[in-house]
Design a protein around this ligand. Structure first.
Ligand code: HEM
Length: 233
């Protein structure tokens, strides 16, 4: 068997695809979280930011296409890795030696599935507005789409806020192991740096999860409030 065929059949290719696409997805999450933090500043800032993104037009669609491709490749590689791992040991272990494997690492596939379900719901909720078509009719005084009020009206529903907060806790959990193994796959793996890399993964995951969660919490506790004149739809 040639080295190239062996490479394509090995787990290495899937791991490299997972790590490479993972880097891009984490960068998207950081950017999306920082952009969304403008909800804490106010309606004007948030709506100008959302409008600027919309004005990217064709470029926005290219970014969306790239993001979608990376997400699909990430999912395909994860399924392939899981299948290769299972076929490598068809017999279930008599004793599950999971002492060293952390809870986050053992549940990656499940937190991944939950995040994929969440992203589907999130796109239907805020991007396509299929679950709440009335959000499409919200405009601010300058005639911009009122994304600020849309997000607040969404999170004023306690059930929706709970779904978002739960999804973002799972996301943080998924990221702790994901970021750490990304470094490993990309070759940054030395006993001298391992505790630093672990700390960095935990810190980045916490920043992303807490940053996102601060928005539904802000709405529920009232420090992010609807502008005068906007009423619950
Ligand atoms: C408090 C948390 C979040 C808020 C307030 C939020 C807000 C939004 C809004 C308003 C949009 C629609 C933008 C528009 O079309 O005008 C959007 C799109 C999107 N969000 Fe979020 N989001 C949050 C968390 C997340 C998380 C945790 C993920 C991923 C795990 C995510 C992934 C996406 C994706 C993939 C899009 C589509 C981007 C696009 O339209 O190109 N979001 N988000």
């Amino acid at each position: 068997m040639s080295a190239l065929v062996r490479f394509f059949q090995s787990t290495i290719l899937s791991k490299v695809v997972m790590a490479g696409t993972g880097v891009v997805l984490v960068l998207f999450l950081l950017g999306h979280m920082i952009g969304n933090l403008q909800m804490h500043i106010g309606q004007e800032k948030m709506n100008v930011y959302a409008e600027t993104l919309q004005h990217l037009g064709g470029v926005l669609w290219l970014i969306r296409l790239a993001l979608f491709t990376f997400l699909v490749l990430h999912i395909i590689a994860s399924i392939r890795l899981k299948a290769l791992n299972l076929s490598a040991r068809p017999e279930a272990y008599a004793f599950k030696n999971t002492v060293k494997a952390t809870l986050a690492s053992r549940t990656m596939i499940w937190t991944g599935v939950m995040i994929a379900l969440f992203v589907t719901y999130h796109l239907l909720h805020f991007t396509v507005k299929a679950t709440n078509p009335q959000y499409g009719g919200l405009f601010d005084a300058m005639g911009r789409h009122d994304v600020y009020s849309m997000v607040i009206l969404g999170y004023q529903n306690i059930l929706i806020s709970i779904v978002y907060i739960a999804a973002m806790i799972l996301l943080g959990f998924h990221l702790i192991h994901a970021i750490e193994s990304m470094f490993q796959t990309l070759g940054v793996n030395h006993p001298k740096y391992n505790s630093f890399i672990h700390g960095l993964s935990v810190t980045l995951s916490l920043i992303i999860a807490i940053g996102f969660i601060s928005i539904p919490l802000g709405v529920l506790f009232g420090w992010i409030a609807l502008p005068a004149g906007v009423v619950a739809l």
